[in-house]
Design a protein around this ligand. Sequence first.
Ligand code: F6P
Length: 382
Amino acid sequence: MNNSPLPTTTLKPIRRIAISTGGGDAPGLNAVIRAVVLAALQRGWECFGIREGFNGILRPDRFPVDGVFKISKDQVRGISHLGGTMLGTTNHGNPMRFVMRNPDGSEYEVDRTDDIIQHLRQMQVDALICVGGDGTLTIAHALHQRGLAQGLRVIGVPKTIDNDLDKTYTTFGFDTAVAFATDCIDRLHSTAESHRRIMVVEVMGRYAGWIALHAGMASTAHAILIPEIPYDIEQVAKKVHARTKAGRHYSIVVVAEGARAKDGQRVLEEQAQLGGVERLGGIGEQLVRQLEALTGKEARAVVLGHLLRGGSPTSFDRLSALRFGAAAVRALDQGFSGIMISLAFPNVEYVNLDEVAGRMKAVPLDGDTLQTGRDIGICFGD
Ligand code: F6P
């Protein structure tokens, strides 16, 4: 276990903690909250929930009364199987790049992490558990760096359906997203075959191809296009032609929203605004037009989008989420701050937040999953 050094002697024992969920929601968030609250109560600590990322503190206009509220045992009863997050979440309003407005309407960014620390310390909160993806863990790292001297400890819990966080085998939410995408693609085989069409399935994943790769392989896709392998559309068309020649008149292409052609750019729905991130989307339709032109076949695009983030977490995700939540409380009890809980089979471990924040875990090109795909004849567009 990677024990980060901590000046525990200068910190008082914990009596109150808070929890926040940030970024896009992912199935399993409620299970984390349940485990955190129950593990905290069992130690005689109080647990507070911060609404909508840090908006419960930074946006009194949105939450005039209960932006931060005490969570009771009753409130976390029977929530492990529910999608979403009982705290609410946001992927806008990054406290490190908080957008403010001048009297003339123009906008500028300010860092408001100190406001969060002061608010929590005024409430006598001794520790904060931040559950989220790369953005949230970067904020958690900054809160740890600035907050520790003021008596605030911070632990990160990794969450994202994209599975693109470094230093953890997987994140909760990913397995649920892959299972749902697999089911959807399974269903598309029969309609594609009946109509002799190409079905292009666009899945989320941001700049990593984990969901596309895992769901595409599990559901017998014929081509899988991921950001890690810029594709040549001619290769995909060649695969479709080869299938037709062999008497298979339909094809399934799974494409990650962040994939791009060898000589092209990522397809965006929206450019990044001040304080925000760019929105990917639209590559499925683009591929449909190109493949129709190159193969003479009819093609349709299906965008799974936010459906991948909904529904009940799989048992794997529920269990990982419960383990992450309980481990975060145990880490606090042991005197840690500035670490993230990581899944390193068969156990959970602690890794320093500075080893995680700002880093992305891409699909390894020499990994055996990708190699398996190649061995069974899947086209990756290269
Ligand atoms: O990070 C999770 C994720 O669902 C990505 O896969 C996707 O690109 C993004 O969030 C979508 O964000 P929004 O909810 O703002 O549309």
